[in-house]
Design a protein around this ligand. Structure first.
Ligand code: ADP
Length: 163
């Protein structure tokens, strides 16, 4: 059987335990996972961390997943997937709110690249209400996020908050 490669695209600003969960579960069912860090986001306002910082946090967080690696990409998700020889784009789904956006993206990506299947992994219950945006908000106001993000991210967030 040919190698089955999945890409997990996202802004990861910063990576949370919810992302790590999705990447690990994807790595259980694909041969290789390429985590794609969006270099410049259109959908979202300015990122807190640079693409290189976000990549470094991810690499540390998934160091225990031998078949996953991280790349920064600045092109379309489907083009990034093709470059990586991926057969699937894997997205995590939390609440209903994610569904609407993902439904639209699915139709667009299907049109652009019918040969690449989009696959959705449902968030684990512990992480269903966890988002990078929420974590940044909490940390900015001095909240403790150490249960929600990898240790290095928690440290970086509290350093930013103190500035
Ligand atoms: P966010 O919406 O937190 O800013 P990203 O744009 O970095 O996340 O998303 C990357 C991928 O991870 C998306 O498929 C998103 O739906 C998914 N994801 C984000 N947070 C979680 C979570 N807590 N549980 C499951 N999937 C998640």
């Amino acid at each position: 059987m040919p190698e089955r490669i999945a890409v997990c695209p996202g802004s990861y600003d910063p990576v949370t335990n919810g992302h790590v969960d999705i990447i690990g579960r994807t790595a259980n069912v694909f041969d290789t996972v390429v985590v794609g860090v969006v270099g410049q986001a259109i959908r979202k306002s300015k990122a807190m961390f640079s693409p290189e910082e976000r990549k470094a946090f991810l690499e540390e967080a998934i160091a225990g997943v031998p078949n996953a690696r991280v790349e920064i990409f600045t092109n379309l998700v489907v083009d990034f997937a093709r470059e990586q020889n991926a057969t699937a784009i894997v997205k995590g789904l939390r609440a209903i709110s994610d569904f609407e956006y993902e439904f639209e993206m699915n139709q667009l990506n299907r049109k652009l690249a019918p040969e690449i299947e989009s696959v959705y992994v449902i968030a684990s219950p512990n992480y269903s209400f966890l988002s990078s945006t929420g974590v940044k908000e909490m940390a900015t106001f001095g909240g403790d996020v150490s249960d929600l993000v990898p240790a290095a991210v928690a440290t970086a967030l509290s350093e930013r908050a103190r500035r």
